[in-house]
Design a protein. Structure first.
Length: 308
C-alpha cells in the first residue's frame, strides 16, 4: 500500500503519537512533527516529546529544531515540513504528519493565503503596545475587531495575537478576510485520520497527564531552563503549562493554582482543537478510547481507500 502522505490529527491526549508510531512501523514510514512546542530544544517533559527509544525505532522530523527564543509560525512549519515530506518520499517511505496544531496542518496541506508584508513601523508599534498592555488586552480588542480570528487564539498567545493585530493595523482588514479572499492552491495530497474521545475521558486524561508530568520533573525542567538564561518571555515559555510554572517559580502563583490553571487551559485548548478539526476535511474519525486494534482498523480503512 503506497500513500503520498498521511496525517494523524485530533485533540491533545487522544493518542495521536501512539497511533502514528504503530502506523509508521506498519507502513515503513517516518514521522513529521506538527506540534509547535516539540520543535523547541530542551523543552521535554511538558511537551510530551517522543522518547529516545521511539526516535531510534522510527525516524522523527522537525523535533528539536529551534532554540527557545526563536519564533515559529505556520508558514515556517509548512516550508520545513514540505522539505521533510519530499525527503521521506524520495526514499520510498511513507511520511506521517502527526500533531494537533491545526493551522500548521492546514498550511502544509492547503497552503496559506497571500497576506501583504507588515511594515516594520507597524510591527514595532504593536510590539510596544503588547509589552505595555499585555496580550489579554490586545486579545479583547481583537475580539471586537476580528472575532473569528480571536476565538481561535488563546488570550496569552502573544505571537499570534500580535500577528493578527499587525495585519489589522497595516491593511485595515482582518486576518480572516485575507485568508478567505485569497485562498491558496492545495499543495500536498494526503489522507487525514482523526482521533476522538468522549469529553469526560479526554478531560480525565488531560488531568492525569499534567500531574504525571509534574511527577516526572516538569517543575525542575522549568527551573533549569530559567537558570540557564532562557527568558520568561521566550516564545517557548508562552505554551500552556510552561507559562503557569514560570509564574509559580517567579512567586506569582502557588503550585496548586498553576496546575489547576494548566489543566483548565488544556481542556479549553482541546475543545478548540476538536472544533477546528471538525471543520477540516478529515477522511475518517476513529474512537481511541480502546487503543487495542486501533492501528489495524485504520490500516484496513486506508487499504480500502487506496486499493478499492
Amino acid at each position: 500500500m503506497t500513500l503520498p502522505c498521511l496525517a494523524v490529527v485530533g485533540a491533545t491526549c487522544t493518542g495521536k503519537s501512539s497511533l502514528a508510531m504503530a502506523l509508521a512501523q506498519a507502513l515503513d514510514g517516518e514521522l513529521i512533527n506538527a506540534d509547535a512546542l516539540q520543535a523547541y530544544r530542551r523543552f521535554e517533559i511538558g511537551t510530551a516529546k517522543p522518547g529516545r527509544e521511539d526516535r531510534e525505532l522510527v525516524a522523527h522530523h522537525l523535533i528539536d529544531i529551534l532554540d527557545p527564543e526563536e519564533a515559529y509560525s505556520a508558514g515556517a512549519f509548512a516550508r520545513r515540513a514540505t522539505q521533510a515530506v519530499g525527503d521521506v518520499t524520495s526514499r520510498r517511505r511513507t511520511p506521517i504528519v502527526v500533531g494537533g496544531s491545526g493551522l500548521y496542518l492546514r498550511a502544509l496541506f492547503a497552503g496559506l493565503s497571500s497576506i501583504p508584508p507588515v511594515p516594520d513601523a507597524v510591527r514595532e508599534s504593536v510590539r510596544r503596545r503588547l509589552e505595555a498592555e499585555g496580550p489579554e488586552r490586545l486579545h479583547r480588542d481583537l475580539r471586537e475587531r476580528d472575532p473569528r480570528t480571536a476565538e481561535t487564539l488563546h488570550h496569552n498567545d502573544r505571537q499570534r495575537i500580535a500577528r493578527a493585530y499587525e495585519v489589522l493595523e497595516a491593511t485595515g482588514r482582518t486576518l480572516t478576510s485575507w485568508r478567505e479572499d485569497s485562498p491558496s492552491t492545495p499543495s500536498l495530497d494526503g489522507r487525514w485520520i482523526g482521533l476522538t474521545l468522549p469529553r469526560n475521558v479526554l478531560y480525565d486524561r488531560i488531568d492525569l497527564r499534567a500531574r504525571r508530568m509534574l511527577e516526572l520533573g516538569w517543575l525542575e525542567e522549568v527551573k533549569g531552563l530559567l537558570d540557564s538564561g532562557v527568558s520568561p518571555s521566550a516564545p517557548a515559555f508562552q505554551a500552556i503549562g510552561y507559562r503557569q510554572l514560570v509564574a509559580h517559580v517567579q512567586g506569582r502563583q502557588s503550585l496548586d493554582a498553576a496546575m489547576d490553571d494548566t489543566i483548565r487551559e488544556t481542556r479549553r485548548y482541546a475543545k478548540r482543537q476538536e472544533t477546528w478539526f471538525r471543520k477540516e476535511k478529515v477522511d475518517a474519525w476513529f474512537p481511541s478510547s480502546v487503543p487495542h486494534g486501533l492501528a489495524t482498523d485504520v490500516l484496513t480503512f486506508l487499504r480500502t481507500e487506496i486499493e478499492g
